[in-house]
Design a protein around this ligand. Structure first.
Ligand SMILES: Cc1cc2nc3c(=O)[nH]c(=O)nc-3n(C[C@H](O)[C@H](O)[C@H](O)COP(=O)(O)OP(=O)(O)OC[C@H]3O[C@@H](n4cnc5c(N)ncnc54)[C@H](O)[C@@H]3O)c2cc1C
Length: 555
């Protein structure tokens, strides 16, 4: 049996290696059009930043090492240009001309391509993508050659990593993002924390605006200018194009394989395409989102590697049971970590899934132990308490919490389950009530009706006229508060209930504090006194992050 794999990086190489471990008899050929196989594309930004100084560290395997360890026939510089499904042959452009290669089982792992929007000037030598080792080398060479100003188009994961890397090298960086905030998969109240970190490290951001062209500069001081849709022009010696990726499926489309509406290759539960002799994995395929149930590509290394492994199992006769994809992802932005799993609030709203969200800002370990860092955390739940997604931003402990949430999501856990998770604790590592437990407690309270929440987008809801009751201390209130808010510190509330009743005058009471804890305590007092009250989820910390334009009164 000859198994031919197209694409020799994450999904393709996982598939080839697993196939060999299952079968010593199969002939396994990997065709890769690039110069390298099995390279660490996720490490490329850190080569640009010089944290990974030696390019060889990114080259996890070579054709020689793969031949020696796994008896794989790995051919770099081999690009498949056509699939003849009837004859079961491939047309391959090789360094020695065009060749034909037959297959019994074919695996497509061609990955994704950088999206190239229809902008004039993207072919200028100043413009680069960051997808391959040669791309990273070219960007490094430009920095070493004196590039002083860079414009990064797109503030997604790779755009932010590129911006951080270039800034670390001393380049003046501006990020352009068309969406309403940086890192669009993150909900706005967390994305603004990331935005502030970029600003603190001197990265300029132009948000909610499009680039309309890249032009050669008339000025000898810099190579190019990026023209924005408002007519402004940004000088640039280097432009990084990172506005997203698209499944690289021209080959599959030409061969008549079924594609989904997003252009990704359709596969069944064992990664078989519409042709029974062809399997497909990785960035090029359509997967089902575990929370929304929507189909589409999820360009992440973990799913690609696991799919490659399972495709090999399926080809060699084993039963596979792939789980729907959660889209768990993480990125470092200077001193911050931002991570997410499952559905964001925006994705839940777009999919019409009923949910509620809790916001909290716990320390990453016990507050009394030196060095506690605040985590900004959101988690969404179905009305009956099933976890639907979680996101977090902070300086420490974010990765651990999001991985616990990802595991909980995979297990179908609820608020009750999160509350009962027994997680490792000693003061330098966590809290007896870990942030994950706290999230569960809050959601339990909502499900039980013990906690009613209000959210930043309700602030200007004229139809929902309410009394804003700020239960912080007088000093905190004086430093900045919502216009018209009544201040009664939570410790005084029991004695001043009559004042609240009078000020509310039949309206609901929207309670707020700094982070949502004191307002929860106040809400319990008010609701047990028969008042219609709700506590601001995440407090002013979340409100100001979600609504950065808001001016607080200081009268
Ligand atoms: C800069 C960067 C940073 C990233 N960081 C992360 C991260 O931190 N975490 C994360 O989860 N994911 C990250 N990713 C995404 C991750 O690398 C991809 O999701 C993953 O590599 C996809 O695996 P794949 O096998 O589908 O495609 P790839 O790994 O991209 O491999 C596809 C290969 O197929 C080859 N190919 C395509 N067509 C042909 C053809 N016709 N003939 C021969 N060869 C062909 C291509 O040359 C390519 O080498 C990052 C990606 C990049 C570019």
């Amino acid at each position: 049996m000859r198994i031919v794999v197209i694409g020799g990086v994450a999904g393709g190489m996982s598939c080839a290696a697993r196939a060999r471990r299952l079968s010593e008899d199969a002939e396994i050929v990997v065709l890769e059009r690039g110069e390298y196989v099995s390279f660490a594309n996720c490490g490329l930004p850190y080569h640009v930043s010089d944290e990974i100084q030696d390019r060889r560290a990114l080259l996890v395997q070579t054709p020689t090492s793969l031949r020696a360890a796994l008896n794989l026939d790995v051919r770099t510089g081999h690009e498949v240009t056509a699939i003849d499904r009837e004859a079961k042959t491939l047309a391959v452009r090789t360094p020695d001309g065009v060749a034909t290669l037959g297959y019994d089982a074919l695996v497509l792992a061609p990955g994704a391509r950088a999206v190239r929007p229809p902008l004039a000037g993207l072919d200028l030598p100043t413009v680069h993508t960051l997808r391959t080792v040669p791309d990273a080398e070219r960007i490094r060479a430009m920095v070493a050659g004196g590039a002083r100003r860079a414009v990064v188009l797109g503030a997604g994961f790779i755009g932010l990593e590129a911006a951080e890397a270039l800034r670390t090298r001393g380049v003046d960086v501006t990020i352009i993002e068309l969406a309403a905030h940086v890192l669009p998969p993150l909900d706005v109240e967390l994305a603004s924390v990331v935005d502030a970190e970029l600003g603190a490290h001197g990265v300029h951001r132009r948000i909610g605006i499009a680039a309309s062209a890249v032009e050669l500069s008339p000025n000898a001081d810099h190579a190019a200018e990026v023209v924005l849709s408002d007519g402004s022009r940004l000088p640039a010696d280097l432009v990084v194009l990172s506005v997203g990726v698209r499944p690289d499926t021209a080959l599959a489309a030409d061969a008549g394989l079924a594609l989904g509406p997003t252009g990704a290759i359709r596969v069944d539960g064992s990664f078989r395409t519409s042709d029974p002799s062809i399997w497909a994995v990785g960035d090029a395929i359509e997967v089902t989102n575990a929370v929304t149930g929507l189909a589409g590509p999820v360009p992440l290394a973990g799913p690609a590697n696991r799919q490659g492994r399972m495709a090999a199992d399926a080809i060699l006769g084993r039963t596979v049971r792939p789980a729907p994809v959660l889209g768990t992802a993480i990125v470092r932005v200077f001193g911050l970590t931002a991570a997410m799993t499952g559905a964001s609030q925006a994705a839940l709203a777009a999919a019409g899934i009923e949910h509620f969200t809790v916001h909290l800002h716990p320390g990453h370990h016990a507050a009394y132990f030196p060095g506690a860092e605040q985590i900004h955390l959101t988690a969404s739940f179905a009305p009956e308490g099933r976890l639907l997604g979680a996101q977090a931003v902070g300086r420490d402990g974010v990765d651990k919490r999001i991985d616990v949430f990802a595991t909980a999501l995979r297990a179908g856990m609820t608020a009750d389950d999160l509350a009962e998770l027994e997680l490792a604790y000693a003061p330098p590592f966590g809290s007896a009530k870990d942030p994950v437990n706290m999230t569960g407690f809050m959601a339990q309270n909502v499900v039980a009706g013990d906690l009613a929440l209000w959210y930043p987008d309700e602030l200007d809801d004229g139809e929902n006229d309410a009394l804003d009751l700020d239960v912080r201390s007088r000093r905190e209130f004086a430093r900045g508060h919502l216009t018209g808010a009544l201040n009664i510190p939570h410790t005084k509330l029991r004695d001043r209930l009559a004042d609240v009743v009078a000020a509310a005058d039949g309206r609901p009471v929207r309670v707020l504090c700094a982070s949502g804890f004191r307002s929860y305590l106040a809400h319990r007092v008010l609701s047990q006194a028969g008042l219609d009250s709700a506590s601001l989820s995440g407090g002013l910390t979340t409100l100001l992050a979600a609504r950065p334009e808001l001016d607080l009164a200081t009268d």
